[in-house]
Write a protein that binds this ligand. Structure first.
Ligand code: FDA
Length: 387
């Protein structure tokens, strides 16, 4: 058949943003190839058929941004609830309010502190190690927040996330461990925050709802690459190493196992996210999805709730890549892949997999808008060479 003007590999937020801009503003005919059975990438969600609770299928997704342009852009496709994300952490039979804040400090040390008293206490405890001298993650964390808070709130959780003792982890995994000397416990500190009123999938489907956009699901780019490579411009948002047949070696990722279950209670934990800081509890956190949408309470089946236990581990072949491990070895490989990518004619690499970067949703959208402004629009509207 006729070739499209642009092929996009991956129907995640990066690919959808590029598709929408090119179809809507430039009138291009865009073909999106997506190997999963649904669009939306990792932001995809489904209503659980039994309880009618919206479940984020690839881990909890909370939207937040301080980028005015991204906020204006996403509001073309959905409105947002006024949900404000908060996280709690369990440790030795108590539940604390995270991130590290005055409420947590008071509860943990068993008495009230003024902000100045708390600051002095933590500074005193952190003086055990000088930050410049820290040779591993444990020492770095102690140098920032002191040993007691480190041992309760960082050590076990980090060890579970990385399946590695924090004394074996690099000090540069953490640069800061902010402590709030207030009772403010909002998880994000962005200007805008909320959840899509009628769900992620409705939002993401609206982005692709344009007569010039075709989304072809369950289609792996590599099975049809010869039809398009070298013939039409391609925006590739799959894993960069896979594109080059892993010629420089595989980039390493962490994955998360998500164990979903329906429990026979109206309310399992009273909030959306509880972290488990004890090292002998195998999961890192439990998500209870109904709490993300208190405004939908009447639509949820009473007496039941959907929860997900999360377990973190290193990704193996076939696992979903979630968080770049980013060792020195990975960074060296990435440099070689970037050179290959720059030399690849008519292909632009983007998104979290195409650039091997953890990107929040607003960052994926923002970076797609930049690629559109700086590369695709100049190419299609003014004939500038695609590079
Ligand atoms: P994404 O991975 O979404 O899409 C890429 C698509 O390409 C996938 O659908 C994939 O199937 C497809 N693909 C790959 N190779 C292909 C091939 N060869 N052929 C065809 N298709 C191919 N962000 C945030 O703002 N708030 C949050 O709370 C969270 N929470 C969160 C939790 C977890 C566990 C993770 C891993 C991530 C988050 N995020 C997040 C980040 C968010 O998921 C991320 O910003 C977006 O997924 C990025 O969109 P992309 O389009 O770049 O990738």
């Amino acid at each position: 058949g006729q070739l499209p003007d642009l092929v996009i590999v991956g129907a995640g937020l990066f690919g959808l943003t590029i598709a929408e801009r090119c179809a809507e503003e430039l009138g291009l005919r865009v073909l999106i190839l997506e190997r999963r059975h649904h669009l939306g990438g990792n932001a995809y969600s489904e209503r659980d058929p039994e309880t009618n609770v919206e479940v984020h299928k690839y881990g909890a997704h909370l939207f937040h941004t301080s980028n005015e342009r991204v906020w204006e852009y996403v509001n073309r496709f959905t409105s947002f609830t006024d949900y404000k994300h908060r996280v709690f952490g369990k440790y030795q039979g108590q539940v604390y309010s995270l991130p590290l804040n005055l409420a947590l400090i008071n509860q943990f040390f068993g008495r009230s502190h003024t902000p100045d008293e708390a600051r002095a206490l933590i500074a005193e405890q952190a003086s055990e190690v000088a930050t410049e001298d820290a040779s591993n993650l444990e020492e770095k964390a102690i140098s920032l927040i002191g040993r007691p808070l480190y041992e309760a709130f960082i050590k076990g959780y980090t060890a579970k996330q990385w399946q590695t003792d924090p004394t074996e982890l690099s000090a540069d995994i953490i640069t800061r461990l902010p402590v709030r000397y207030t009772f403010q416990n909002g998880w994000f500190s962005d200007t805008y925050e909320g959840l899509p009123v009628d769900g992620y999938t409705a939002w993401l489907t609206r982005m692709s709802d344009h007569p010039n956009i075709e989304v072809r699901l369950e289609t792996d780019f590599f099975a049809v690459a010869d039809d398009y490579r070298g013939k039409v411009p391609i925006v590739y948002t799959g894993p960069v190493d896979e594109y080059f047949g892993n010629s420089e070696g595989r980039l390493s990722w962490r994955t998360v196992d998500l164990e979903e279950s329906v429990v026979d209670t109206d309310d399992f934990q009273g909030t959306g996210v509880v972290n488990y800081n004890d090292q002998d509890v195998p999961w890192t956190r439990i998500i209870e999805f109904k709490h993300f949408h208190p405004e939908r309470e009447k639509t949820h089946l009473p007496g039941k709730s959907v929860i997900v236990h999360e377990y973190s581990r290193f990704a193996e072949e076939g696992d979903e890549p979630y968080y770049p491990v980013n060792t020195a070895d990975d960074r060296a490989k990435l440099l070689k892949y970037r050179e290959l990518a720059d030399a690849e004619p008519m292909v632009l690499f983007g998104g979290r997999l195409g650039t091997y970067k953890y990107l929040d949703m607003h960052m994926a959208i923002g970076s797609a808008l930049s690629m559109y402004d700086n590369k695709l629009k100049p190419h299609f509207a003014e004939g500038v060479e695609l590079k």
